[in-house]
Design a protein around this ligand. Structure first.
Ligand code: ATP
Ligand SMILES: Cc1cn([C@H]2C[C@H](O)[C@@H](COP(=O)(O)O)O2)c(=O)[nH]c1=O
Length: 228
């Protein structure tokens, strides 16, 4: 019988602090002596993300909608499959904690919003669940923490980061209206799938990184019982 680990996802809209909070939680859990592996999606440094990179830089069209939800989801899912098989399957099956910055949950939001008809969207979500978790065999998350950052605040954080690091925005980050639709979908899907919401902004300002971290840690604490 396999001794499975725990798969924890830090999920949110673009520029909402996922990398920052994943790093803080990873360091906290390491300090406490847990066996933790940190992964991120897309896995930009890996060959498997080539189609994702082509899509996000606009090779197939400058708008998210230029690639339909099913095609785009497949690019991201294949990248995830390669990461799972090559980087963390063994550790997960040996009982480690896997901490992921984005996962299938990003396809559930960022691709599902392309379908405006409710029935079509539900049917896409059912297809996606079956495709990634049953057909590809990726593990279902044990906990999804949704960082709820006001999209206007996230847009300012992206702008500041882009200026500081001379980075270009991808086709999703360039489209403010799309990011607002994604935020609404996050709120809806957090309820549908039972994701834990952590408030990350108030009165148009981001909350302090440490305060958000304390809430993220509190959200995952109960999962750690019996883990080493
Ligand atoms: N609570 C916060 N207060 C102020 N600045 C923050 C906060 N959280 C993150 N930042 C800063 O905002 C920027 C975006 O944060 P981060 O890279 O963690 O977000 P992300 O969700 O991983 O972004 P992306 O979706 O683009 O991968 C970074 O420059 C980071 O230092
Ligand atoms: C993993 C994953 C991501 N996406 C979307 C979400 C974001 O808009 C981009 C990735 O950008 P980041 O700023 O580097 O996080 O891609 C998606 O649609 N599906 C996925 O599975």
């Amino acid at each position: 019988m396999e001794k499975k680990g725990k798969l924890i996802i830090i999920e949110a809209g673009d520029g909402s602090g996922k990398a920052t909070q994943t790093k803080a939680l990873y360091e906290h859990l390491c300090r406490e002596g847990y066996r933790v592996h940190r992964v991120e999606f897309p896995d930009y440094a890996a060959d498997s993300s080539m189609l994702v990179r082509m899509y996000l830089r606009g090779d197939f069209g400058g708008h998210a909608e230029d690639v339909n939800a099913y095609a785009a989801s497949t690019f991201f899912a294949v990248d995830r499959y390669a990461s799972y098989r090559m980087k963390w399957k063994k550790a997960y099956e040996a009982g480690a904690i896997i901490l992921a910055d984005r996962y299938t949950t990003s396809n559930m939001v960022h691709q599902a919003v392309k379908l405006t008809d409710r029935e079509e969207r539900e049917s896409f979500l059912d297809w996606l669940w079956d495709f990634e978790f049953n057909k590809l065999g990726l593990p279902v998350p044990d906990k999804v923490v949704f960082l709820d950052m006001d999209p206007e605040v996230a847009d300012q954080l992206i702008a500041a980061r882009a200026a500081a690091q001379a980075q270009e925005r991808d086709i999703h980050e360039r489209d403010k209206e799309y990011l607002h639709r994604c935020h609404a979908a996050y709120e809806e899907l957090a309820k549908k799938y039972g994701w834990t919401r952590v408030a990350c902004s108030e009165h148009g300002e981001p909350r302090a990184i440490e305060a958000i971290h304390a809430d993220v840690y509190a959200a995952i604490m109960s999962l750690l019982e019996g883990m080493e």
